[in-house]
Design a protein around this ligand. Structure first.
Ligand SMILES: *Cc1c(COP(=O)(O)O)cnc(C)c1O
Length: 474
């Protein structure tokens, strides 16, 4: 299977090359030439599989240039009960009102990004070793993505991670999570500035073509198709856990920001998983809710993006959304290119004439949740179930309850654990103890490793140069 770009101007490439790529050279996103279709019979057989075996059956349809035994080994190393807290990896539970919750948040950093990142870490190591290559990842984080990348790539051969964060702006828990890693290939860099300054430095380093090529600089952002692929698996796993036959009406509700998570649900549905509807839940940054309500896509700038209590969804330009629009437009790369020219010029676009296709053929619906909704849901779930859910999951629960219809089973994806967002939990339910997995007790007391630098790209480049020179000497 080969991969093509949503903008239609990149020659087809195999999976193992796409795995190491960010944007396609034409500015688009890579997708398989076509989605594999799963028969009814195969769906019945897959019901019985363990999570890693299911992952293997799905991923081998996409990663066709990786030998099957190697792929199976990568997957078995990744999806262990030790890393994800249970054999089920993404277990489904049922609340007293019948709503189902699928836990994607039991990995090393307690957020759903671990599911894809842990796979990516092992897959990177394998592909780099085979090609005799090295990759030095530079990224900027305000918390979640950086830690998921570091936990996935720590100790991996052929890879170094340089992660920039704004000094003093992350929570004590987030700082401890990242800075307590003692692996030599993980480099934490605290910049005297804001998150946007960190992002500007990453761009400046990326734009220095000579530096980038000489030091094998790459990124791990959410547009990587390997991440989307790993996420397809848990839609199948959730469906099988929530049903006893393939005739039941099941919908997924997905707390969304960059549209990476629900994009995987869309692909699972295109493969033939009988998903009734895909519910896109947004917070106050409701660009996607506007699109799925009206067909109008009007991305906003940083100044119009609110800082909310579900911060991982504070996104006003959904980077993976282009993949869905490509499918919606029957994979016409010229049309997609035209629409994104309008996006880049600040105008956005209007596909209001396609609402029937978006709803009926693709099953998309949406809703929005606010700070007050989030707090109310956290409180209600705590009172009814005695359990704490995180603010992002609460946005999903709010929208799932608002949209669900009689006879429809809804699975809301749990994208993080409450332990990461104790402040908002206390605001919702008062000073209760927020449980934390045993492996993270005492995290804040561990010794920390971080270099503080001025807000200056040259200083960061110097750190990278020096660190790579030390590695070369070893
Ligand atoms: C990243 C993230 C999201 C949003 O996922 P997308 O793939 O960007 O739509 C939601 N919740 C949490 C906790 C996250 O970390």
């Amino acid at each position: 299977m080969n991969y093509i770009s949503t903008r239609g101007q990149t020659p087809p490439l195999p999976f193992s090359e796409v795995l190491l790529m960010g944007l396609a050279p034409d500015g688009g996103l890579m997708l398989p030439e076509s989605y594999p279709r799963i028969s009814e019979t195969t769906l019945y057989e897959w019901r019985e599989l363990s999570y890693p075996d299911l992952a293997f059956e799905i991923m081998r349809l996409f990663a066709t240039d990786i030998p099957a035994d190697d792929l199976r080994a990568i997957i078995r190393r990744t999806y262990t009960a030790e890393a994800f807290g249970s054999e089920a990896v993404t277990p489904v539970r049922t609340l007293s009102d019948g709503l189902k919750i699928q836990a994607l948040s039991n990995g090393p950093t307690l957020a759903f990004k671990d599911i894809a990142m842990q796979f990516l870490g092992n897959a990177f190591e394998y592909v780099l070793a085979k090609a005799g290559r090295q990759l030095n990842i530079i990224g900027a984080t305000s918390g979640d993505t950086g830690s998921a990348a570091e936990y996935a790539l720590r100790g991996k051969r052929g890879v170094n991670v340089f992660m920039l964060s704004p000094e003093g702006k992350m929570s004590a828990f987030q700082r401890a999570q990242m800075f307590s890693l003692q692996d030599e290939n993980i480099h934490n860099i605290a910049v005297k500035g804001m998150f946007d300054d960190c992002q500007d430095i990453v761009k400046a380093v990326q734009n220095d073509a000579e530096f980038k090529a000489r030091h094998h600089i790459g990124t791990v952002n959410s547009i990587n198709f390997g991440r989307v692929l790993a996420q397809i698996v848990y839609y199948f796993a959730g469906y099988f856990q929530a049903t006893t036959s393939n005739e039941q009406k099941v919908s997924f509700c997905v707390p969304s920001g960059n549209f990476g998570n629900v994009c995987a649900g869309h692909i699972a549905r295109q493969m033939g998983l009988p998903v009734h509807r895909l519910m896109v839940a947004t917070n106050e940054n409701n660009v996607l809710d506007q699109f799925f309500g009206s067909g109008e896509y009007r991305p906003r700038g940083g100044a119009e993006t609110y800082v909310t209590s579900s911060p991982s969804m504070d996104i006003s330009k959904a980077s993976n959304f282009e993949r869905f629009v490509f499918d919606l437009l029957d994979r016409d790369g010229d049309k997609v290119r035209g629409l994104w020219q309008q996006v880049d010029s600040g105008a956005g676009f209007d596909l209001g004439g396609m609402m029937d296709k978006i709803r009926d053929q693709y099953g998309f619906v949406s809703g929005k949740s606010t700070h007050a909704d989030r707090l109310a849901v956290i409180r209600e779930v705590y009172e009814a179930e005695g359990e704490l859910i995180d603010p992002h999951t609460a946005d999903g629960v709010k929208v799932a309850r608002q949209l669900s219809e009689a006879g429809e089973t809804v699975i809301c994806l749990e994208t993080a654990l409450a332990a990461k967002f104790a402040g908002t939990i206390h605001e919702a339910v008062g000073a209760v103890a927020v449980p934390r997995p045993a492996k993270l007790e005492g995290l804040e007391d561990l010794p920390q490793r971080v270099q503080v630098v001025p807000n200056d790209a040259a200083a960061v480049k110097e750190i990278i140069r020096a660190a790579l020179a030390r590695t070369a000497d070893r």
